[in-house]
Write a protein that binds this ligand. Structure first.
Ligand code: MN
Length: 382
């Protein structure tokens, strides 16, 4: 594992996201134009974002550009890859192979499994062969306990714009062409909460092949944006490896400090509060993109907002079969702006609205008739 110092040069930001692969319609959010009119590459406001002295494993290849051949709706994306990257690489062209965990590594009780990350070298197992055909979302339950309510889309290992990363601690669908997750799903219950100390540095997710696009620490440095966790660090404190596992870029989006430490954090806190009441929560969170051109670093797009879907169960029993029409289902869309304020309750929307915004299908394994009730209702509980 090569430990290299920061590379400070080379923040060339020539990326032009000609189109947003998600094709999402913009939600009417409380935008702060001041935050988004910065010239390309200039980064956001100079908020004092804390970046500890980080040394990290840049891995073989040091972070490659994305081939932009993913199955995104728009196939006309002349996006410039990272400076220094080989844009013509395809994952299959490398013998590094994807580092996928053994199929059974997703067990919820495998608290220490993260220790093997980055050194497992599973060869081409699960590899990057032909992309799966679009057969619709697979059943989420068999994939991981974190997706027991269903996979939100047809993510799979090897799909460049929706690479499925099943971990003991959470499941991420990572868009290697955009270098942000599409969504991250995790189960939260008392078993995940402990006294682990918060990790201090982010690293490349070694579960993706080195040739796959992935954000880097440099992309965020001096950008004015936080490296915003989707699965929060504080939701994974059972062991130090569990906490450390959340500090990967496949769990991160560029997020304003106002959201990350403010509005967004209030729902993270309250979800853990539900757990303190004996409840269990199934969560999915991700970015919402619109027609935005702001990037940080080497072309990591800044989401306009972030969404979260939280399904609250009264006890430890979770799963698609445990969802009824009276189950509390919370949907929020939090503007990723410097001026967002207040707590999550003022940003509630129906889950159906988030589905329309993102093209994802939450609670996909829940009977459709039940989805139609709980997803069209806007949570109004205190
Ligand atoms: Mn749904």
């Amino acid at each position: 594992m090569a430990i290299l110092p920061w590379r400070t040069a080379l923040l060339a930001c020539s990326c032009l996201l000609a189109a947003c692969p998600g094709g999402a319609v913009l939600v009417p959010v409380d935008e702060d134009p001041g935050l988004f009119v910065a010239p390309a590459g200039a980064g956001g406001p100079a908020e004092p974002t804390s970046f500890p002295e980080v040394r990290f494993d840049v891995g073989a290849g040091g972070g490659a550009g994305a081939p932009f051949a993913g199955g995104a709706p728009s196939s006309t994306q002349p996006v410039v890859a990272d400076a220094g990257a080989s844009a013509s690489e395809t994952p299959g062209a490398s013998d590094a192979g994807p580092r996928v965990p053994p199929a059974d590594a997703g067990g919820l009780d495998a608290g220490g499994a993260d220790a093997g990350e980055g050194v497992s070298g599973q060869g081409d197992a699960g590899g990057v062969g032909p992309l799966p055909t679009d057969a619709g979302p697979a059943a989420g339950g068999p994939v991981s306990a974190h997706t027991a309510l269903g996979l939100p889309d047809d993510s799979a290992v090897g799909r460049l714009d929706r690479w499925l990363l099943v971990k003991p601690q959470f499941v991420s669908s990572y868009d290697t062409t955009r270098k942000t997750p599409r969504w991250v799903a995790w189960r939260l219950d008392a078993s995940w909460l402990g006294t682990a100390t918060r990790a201090t540095s982010f690293r490349r997710d070694a579960q993706l092949p080195a040739t796959a696009g992935q954000a880097r620490d440099e992309d965020f440095r001096n950008s004015g944006f936080d490296r915003g966790h989707l699965c929060p660090s504080a939701d994974r404190t059972r062991t130090d490896p569990d906490n450390d596992a959340t500090f990967v870029f496949t769990n991160v989006v560029p997020q304003t400090r106002a959201s990350n430490a403010g509005t967004w954090a209030t729902l993270e806190d309250d979800a853990r509060g539900f757990v303190q009441q004996g409840k269990s929560v199934m969560l999915v969170a991700g970015p919402v993109f619109g027609v935005t051109t702001q990037n940080v670093g080497s072309g990591v797009p800044v989401p306009l907002s972030t969404f979260k879907v939280a399904v609250v169960f009264d006890g430890p029993q979770v799963g698609a079969g445990a969802v009824t029409t009276s189950t509390r289902v919370i949907g929020v869309v939090v503007p990723n702006t410097a001026s967002v304020s207040g707590d999550w309750r003022s940003h509630r929307v129906s889950v159906r609205a988030i589905e329309q915004l993102t093209g994802l299908d939450f609670l996909a394994d829940v009977p459709r008739a039940v989805q139609d009730v709980v997803e069209t209702r806007v949570d109004a509980l205190p």
